[in-house]
Write a protein of this length. Structure first.
Length: 377
């Protein structure tokens, strides 16, 4: 039976821990603690549903079943076997195992998977008075483990597909910006729907769509399902109620969000993605060259992710693009720039050091959010 207080772990991309921790506090979570790539917190089953539905920065919401020392396979086996897995994993449910190990004596992930699986099977069989192999023909309850410096944490994945898969981007262009990096960039720019938000180099429109989500205070998980919705131990009405509550928290207003790209196909895909997300009416899309970008009388934010090239020739071409875009930006008035790039020489190419820079990860790619707040030379 579900406990009234649950310990959860929200995983995230490196560099996004701060925005995620702040978000979870705003959502009413307690005992929020951030560490590398994850944020632990406590809540009840309503909070579990709310975190999945409303988080813009988390990759997954994991239910922590237990933590213990595991410097040997025996300790790992006994630690897992001591957990009340039968309270959460129903009869005949499938319970595959995934995980990772860092800076620990147990460095073989494959062997750790095997031990965790065996210990879980032994525990569930004993709890149900069974012997031999368990049938796993039912719904999937994904077990996950994380071993860090010989401390093991065992989880159940409540999310299913990663939360960065919002469901509005089936049509993708090459090297899309991950859906949880884009809202981090928007959040760090302090955009909340006031003033203008422009997105040159819009690609498939992720930044513009997430800017609309921020302006509307729209929960990104309203239109998708989560693994824990099928758990019999949780009340299905909680998910319905939390979706309704999230919808009631939305704002209404007129917003000035624009997105452009020199590639007509990219703009078409961006518009389609925004339509699937239900925010196309709040975004003005256009085919335009970012090097002709001009905003002299207005003020606002530019949040963008121009191409930065992974191969040498592409990187050199991107450097030239940055140089020309730097000249464009220097001619603007009262516009702040927040630019995501993984190019190693971005500031040199752009022609000016950023006022602030923050390391983020676009999947496995290290990138930085360069903030240009003051336009004085």
């Amino acid at each position: 039976m579900a406990a009234s207080e649950l310990t959860l772990c929200a995983t995230c991309l490196f560099g996004v821990e701060g925005p995620l921790a702040s978000e979870l506090r705003r959502l009413g979570m307690e005992n929020v603690e951030a560490s590398d790539g994850r944020v632990r917190f406590t809540t009840d089953e309503r909070g579990l549903a709310r975190a999945n539905i409303c988080s813009r920065f988390a990759e997954r919401i994991l239910l922590e079943l237990g933590r213990f020392r595991a410097a040997s396979f025996d300790e790992l086996f006994e630690g897992v076997r001591a957990l009340p897995l039968e309270d959460w994993i129903p009869e005949n449910a499938a319970f595959p195992v995934k995980g990772w190990s860092v800076d620990s004596a147990l460095h073989s992930v494959v062997d750790c998977q095997r031990i965790v699986k065996k210990a879980a099977a032994v525990r569930l069989a004993a709890a149900r008075g069974r012997s031999g192999m368990l049938r796993e023909s039912g719904a999937v309850h994904q077990l996950r483990f994380a071993i860090m410096r010989d401390e093991a944490s065992i989880y159940l994945d409540t999310s299913g597909p990663s939360l960065h898969k919002r469901g509005y981007r089936p049509g993708r262009l090459a090297a899309p910006l991950r859906d949880t990096v884009a809202p981090a960039g928007v959040d760090l720019s302090r955009y909340r729907g006031r003033g203008g938000s422009c997105g040159p180099f819009c690609g498939c429109g992720t930044i513009a769509t997430e800017a609309a989500f921020a302006a509307l205070n729209r929960a990104p998980g309203l239109r998708r399902r989560f693994a824990a919705e099928d758990w019999p131990v949780l009340d299905s009405r909680v998910w319905r109620d939390e979706r309704a509550a999230a919808s009631e928290r939305e704002y209404r207003g007129e917003y000035h969000i624009s997105a452009s790209d020199i590639d007509p196909e990219a703009v078409s895909v961006a518009r389609q993605n925004a339509e699937r997300a239900g925010v196309a009416e709040y975004i003005e899309f256009s085919v335009a060259d970012a090097l002709s970008f001009s905003r002299r009388s207005d003020s606002g934010l530019i949040v963008t992710n121009p191409p930065y090239g992974e191969r040498l020739m592409e990187r050199e071409e991107a450097g030239r693009l940055y140089s020309r875009f730097g000249e464009v930006w220097s001619g603007l008035e009262n516009w702040k720039l927040y630019l995501l790039s993984g190019h190693p020489d971005f500031e040199t190419c752009f022609g000016r050091r950023a006022d602030k820079r923050r390391k983020l990860y676009n999947g496995p790619i290290i990138c930085y959010l360069y903030s240009y707040i003051r336009q004085t030379p």
